[in-house]
Each structure stands twice: as C-alpha cells, then as structure tokens.
Design a protein around this ligand. Structure first.
Ligand code: T46
Length: 138
C-alpha cells in the first residue's frame, strides 16, 4: 500500500449489509504493517490524559471501536488534534510523534494495533528528549 503520512487518519472500508457492519483489517493490506500486538484501553476517566510520550520505532493504529476520544499529536513541527469518534477510522502514528489522548467518553474503547510487542525501552517519556530527537529528525 502507498506510504501514509505520519500521523494521519486511515478510512477503513465498511462491509455493511442489512445485518449490520463489519470492518476487516489485514496487516500489509489495508494497514502498512504486520500486526504483532493488540491492546485496548477502556474504563478511562474523561478528564485525564493518557499517552504523553512518543515511540522510537513503532507503528500503531488507534481506533475508537466504541465512544470517542481526542488525540493531540506533535511531530516537532506541526501540532494536530484528531477526534476518534467512528469505528471505521483509525489514527496512524509512527515514530517520533508525541501523542496525548483525552476527552474519553465513558463508553470509549480504544483499540490499538501495533507493529511490535511491548518494549518499555521504545518509549520517549521525557518531553525535552523528544524535542531534541524530533529536531534532529526533521
Ligand atoms: C501508546 C498509547 C496509544 C503492557 O504491559 N503492555 C502493553 O502492550 C501496553 C501498551 C502497556 N502495558 C502496561 C504498561 C503500564 O504499566 O500497561 C500499563 C499502562 O500503559 P501506559 O501507561 O503506557 O498506557 P497509555 O494509555 O499511556 O499508552 C498506551 C501505550 O502504552 C502507548 O504505546 O502509544 O497507548
């Protein structure tokens, strides 16, 4: 598939019929990586922030399969706000993008598809460190 901007929204094709809707997601088919890990975030408190970090080498897609949340991103040059409020859109986030999730509705289930298994060493949690790495990358 063609190169996707980091970060950006992917629209998934809905397989709808008179019984309801279904969205298939296949690694290297309608997303740009093989899925090595899936996790989901739920029971979130509306006025807290999650995330507040960047990754060194990880591709992820965030999908609100229920409810909604907001995601602020910063790649060292451009700040963006995404509203994830539909199960057929996914937010693609790759390396060196600071991201923060907030405004969770009580019914939000945020599904995340990731290109690698969990590795705490892949996290950049210090904002100053992120800024210098992002600056060197841009
Ligand atoms: C990200 C955003 C979108 C694991 O043990 N395995 C896992 O695969 C993950 C993702 C987390 N954990 C543990 C680590 C912490 O003890 O679960 C706890 C909560 O994780 P964290 O505070 O990192 O959660 P968020 O919501 O701040 O961030 C998560 C992902 O960690 C992160 O990679 O990009 O969602």
């Amino acid at each position: 598939m063609q190169k996707i901007k980091n970060p950006s929204i992917i629209n998934f094709e809905k397989k709808g019929d008179d019984r309801g809707s279904l969205i298939p997601i296949e690694g290297l088919n309608n997303i740009p990586f093989e899925i090595k890990r899936i996790y989901y975030i739920f029971d979130t408190i509306s006025d807290i922030k999650r995330g507040t970090h960047a990754h060194i080498n990880l591709e992820q897609i965030l999908i609100s399969v229920s409810g909604s949340c907001y995601v602020d991103t910063y790649d060292g040059k451009e700040r963006k706000t995404f509203i994830l409020d539909k199960p057929f859109i996914g937010l693609y986030i790759k390396d060196l993008v600071w991201h923060e999730m907030y405004n969770f509705t009580s019914d939000n289930v945020l599904l995340v598809l990731a290109s690698n298994i969990y590795n705490e060493k892949d996290y950049i949690r210090n904002y100053e460190e992120f800024l210098s790495l992002a600056k060197a990358n841009n």
